[in-house]
Design a binder for this molecule. Structure first.
Ligand code: SAM
Length: 308
């Protein structure tokens, strides 16, 4: 299995402007690529980390132990939305820096969870460990087999700007007559039938946007990000940096809007006028980085910043 390579690692850690003693929140611990680098940067301090995926948290613990991270860290299987609950559990009052590196990690993409249109797997697409799913958890199987056509159109266009949302939703719904769509292959076939041939422009697979939209719906990503950003911003102390790495336009729009509102209200300073994008050598060695955008703000109490 491909090990996840942290995206814009150097840039993210540098923008966090860490000082020894800081308490840092990593809301998307994943394989602990960024967490480990944050730990290496601090002589003393704390890290609080969350990930919805139990396997990620287990792996992250091992990685931090192996790298001999000597900081006091508190990792929890949890949504970064509602971070205040985690702060209470970890005994933390404020963060001096926070990071979100959105989306999924390579191990999840290659797992049997149905995130990838490139190999056959059951239609799950949830960040939660499949062993921990309950009947209340939504999966991609529920979305494609039970959600009404208009809702499918709305998520395809709203979460992925899919121009063929109508045609894809119609095809998915019509296929239900011959039984449930059970695997990623079933879904890919439905999309391929619905879109015009030649739709895979620029080397992009025709089902890319459909998979993105359904994954976002399953994990309620728009809500988590919208409310999660607010929760985390509230949890920051003055002068704390907040770095978010996003991977597609829907995520980036939410981050850009929230950050701009705080800047315009005088609650934050924008660090850099434009988002940072990865350098070509990183894209060459890690193609997943190609669509990444890093945005950073610094929380202020007054309009002056005392950290550069
Ligand atoms: C891109 S990976 C993070 C990789 C990590 N920075 C590293 O370098 O190893 C994103 C992680 O965020 C997790 N995730 C996605 N949405 C989440 C949410 N709302 N709350 C907590 N974790 C989430 C996923 O399970 C995944 O492990």
């Amino acid at each position: 299995m491909t090990r996840h390579k942290p995206v814009m690692l150097r840039e993210a850690v540098s923008k966090l402007a860490l000082s020894s003693g800081d308490c840092v929140f990593d809301g998307t611990v994943g394989s602990a690529g960024h967490t480990r680098a944050i730990c290496a940067r601090l002589d003393f301090g704390r890290i609080v980390g969350t990930d919805k995926d139990r396997q990620a948290i287990q792996e992250a613990r091992k990685t931090l132990e192996k790298s001999q991270c000597s900081l006091n860290y508190c990792l929890r299987i949890a949504n970064f939305q509602g971070v205040e609950t985690i702060m209470k559990a970890c005994g933390v009052e404020k963060f001096q820096a926070a990071l979100l590196d959105l989306g999924f990690r390579s191990e999840q993409l290659e797992s049997e969870r149905g995130f990838s249109f490139q190999h056959e797997a059951p239609l799950l697409m949830t960040y939660k460990d499949p062993d921990t799913l309950t009947k209340h958890d939504v999966t991609a199987r529920d979305v494609v087999n039970t959600w009404d056509k208009q809702t499918l159109v709305d998520i395809l266009s709203g979460y992925a700007d899919e121009t063929h949302a109508q045609e894809i939703a119609k095809e998915i719904v019509s296929r239900r007559q011959s039984g449930w769509l059970e695997t990623t292959t079933d879904l890919v076939e439905a999309v391929k039938t619905a879109v015009p041939s030649g739709y895979a422009r620029g080397g992009r697979h025709p089902a890319t946007k459909t998979f993105q939209a359904i994954r976002m719906a399953v994990n309620d990503e728009v809500r988590s990000l919208t409310y999660g950003l607010k929760d985390i911003f509230t949890a920051l102390s003055a002068t704390a940096r907040f770095v978010v790495i996003s991977f597609h336009s829907v995520e980036d729009r939410i981050v850009k809007r929230a950050f701009s509102q705080w800047v315009e209200a005088g609650k934050a300073l924008s660090i850099g006028n434009q988002p940072i994008t990865p350098q070509q050598p990183e894209i060459d060695t890690n193609p997943r980085a190609r669509s990444a955008k890093l945005r950073c703000i610094e929380k202020v109490q007054n309009s002056t910043s005392n950290r550069n």
